[in-house]
Design a protein around this ligand. Structure first.
Ligand code: NAP
Length: 239
């Protein structure tokens, strides 16, 4: 087991808003360097030397291996990955076109597998590192109107479990964090959202707390899976 440097260099996908932005802010506050990936960083304040952003459409799978290779070349000391980017569409399966199904799977599953495929060998060579996947309560239980989203999140759970087995001998830790409903822009284009009372939703910072806990654990300790939920689950349907 190699000693990890105190200051980490961590790639966070979906860093432009919501949970990924909260994780990015937390990592920066703790002195880590962050490589943020998303399509649109126009909302981020400039002048953060510890943050480098890459504007990428992660669902563009054909171009992804090359883009990831570039990131790895520019940042050989990268020692952590937070696979967080995703989006939700909900409805009965027959309400999705075949194209929408494919786009959902590309965005919520395949791009994560591609990133792990491209970058985990580097962590293994370092002899330490963390892969943290942001799953969901939908990784644990399927539900009405969530078939495609839940299928992707269940698959991420299998990915995390398998990679944990594959990586532990190399000193690389793999963790899955499954939040319940979090108050983020995820719901902006959906017809429902978590309840507004503080006990009806998580805050993105709650997920950042879990990420910080995973990263700060003793190098020989891995949090396999963390489930976090609001005290009282309430779904608010928009008019
Ligand atoms: P959000 O506020 O909508 O943020 C999603 C992030 O993913 C954004 O930074 C977005 O950036 C990025 N993203 C989406 N598609 C992308 C693509 N094709 N290429 C690159 N980046 C892309 O949602 P969130 O609530 O923070 O969700 C983050 C993760 O947590 C997702 O995996 C979601 O499934 C999971 N989650 C959310 C909740 C919840 O209740 N909010 C609960 C459990 C799990 P750009 O648009 O700039 O590309």
């Amino acid at each position: 087991m190699q000693n990890r440097p105190e200051k980490r260099k961590i790639l966070v996908t979906g860093a432009s808003r919501g949970i990924g932005a909260a994780i990015t802010r937390r990592l920066l506050a703790k002195g880590s360097q962050v490589i943020g990936v998303a399509r649109d960083f126009t909302g981020w304040p400039e002048g953060q030397p510890q943050l480098e952003t890459f504007s990428l459409d992660l669902a563009d799978l054909d171009g992804l291996p090359h883009q990831l290779g570039e990131i790895a070349r520019l940042h050989p000391e990268l020692d952590g990955l937070v696979l967080n980017a995703g989006s939700g569409q909900f409805g009965s399966l027959e309400q999705f076109s075949y194209r929408q199904i494919r786009e959902m799977v590309e965005t919520n599953l395949l791009q994560h597998i591609f990133i792990a495929r491209a970058l985990i060998p580097r962590l293994k060579r370092l002899g330490y590192g963390d892969l943290i996947i942001i799953g969901s309560e939908a990784a644990l239980t399927g539900g009405r109107k969530g078939a495609v989203y839940s299928a992707c999140k269940f698959a991420l759970r299998g990915l995390a479990q398998s990679l944990r087995e594959e990586c532990s001998q190399s000193g690389v830790r793999v963790s899955l964090i499954n939040p319940g409903m979090v108050d983020t822009p995820f719901y902006d284009n959906l017809d429902f959202a978590p309840g507004e009372a503080p006990e009806n939703h998580l805050r993105a910072e709650d997920v950042a707390n879990a990420v910080e806990m995973v990263l700060q654990a003793h190098p020989g300790t891995v949090f396999d899976e963390i489930n976090i939920n609001p005290l009282k689950k309430v779904i608010r349907f928009k008019k």
